[in-house]
Design a protein around this ligand. Structure first.
Ligand SMILES: Nc1ncnc2c1ncn2[C@@H]1O[C@H](COP(=O)(O)OP(=O)(O)OP(=O)(O)O)[C@@H](O)[C@H]1O
Ligand SMILES: [Mg+2]
Length: 177
């Protein structure tokens, strides 16, 4: 058996619609209790990803970045908890507020700026790293941290530009600019 954490898929999207379409395809693989970590610089496309994921869950409401609350909840095939930690002072603050707790068991939690939670972020999750900004294409790395999230690798649509490479041999995503 191949360990899930050794697997990664890289997808290149050329416009925001491409990023949304990729995320919408992932929504088909979503199960209750899933946690998705979105990491990428300002304007990388984390919210575009969340919008596409929400559309894929059949959420009719417009998903916007929850700038003034840490978490927004939407109703779809599964509830979606959209978390944005950009303004978070520290991880303890988020945990004290019950940010990642049993309420999320019924739905999918998608977290922008997830790295701000550091070790407080549950270890089992799908990591989505978005590299690129402005009008550049985005290089989106899909990394399941546990076998239970490997199903997302199969959800990458055949129509997007994709390459499967082992994470161990790949260089770290380099910052543009
Ligand atoms: N391939 C692409 N994928 C996603 N967004 C793209 C792409 N190409 C251009 N864009 C543009 O980049 C911007 C991404 O904005 P978005 O709010 O999703 O970023 P973000 O990572 O959530 O930023 P923040 O850190 O401020 O929350 C949008 O203006 C979008 O139109
Ligand atoms: Mg955002």
């Amino acid at each position: 058996m191949i360990a899930a954490q050794k697997l990664e898929r890289i997808v290149v999207t050329r416009d925001p619609a491409g990023t949304r379409a990729l995320a919408a395809a992932f929504a088909a693989a979503a199960r209750p209790g899933d946690l998705i970590s979105l990491v990428g610089e300002l304007g990388a496309g984390k919210t575009q990803f969340a919008k596409g994921f929400g559309a894929g869950l059949g959420i009719a409401d417009t998903i916007v970045s929850p700038s003034f609350v840490l978490m927004a909840e939407y109703r779809g095939r599964l509830p979606l908890f959209h978390v944005d930690l950009y303004r978070l002072a520290n991880a303890a603050e988020a945990l004290a507020g019950g940010l990642i707790d049993e309420r999320q068991a019924e739905g999918v939690t998608i977290v922008e700026w997830a790295e701000r939670l550091a070790d407080a972020m549950p270890a089992e999750r799908l990591d989505v790293l978005i590299d690129g900004a402005g009008d550049d294409p985005r290089r989106i790395s899909i990394r399941p941290s546990a076998e239970s999230y490997a199903r997302y690798l199969e959800a990458v649509p055949a129509t997007v530009e994709a390459a499967e490479i082992p994470a161990a041999g790949s260089p770290p995503a380099e910052a543009r600019r």
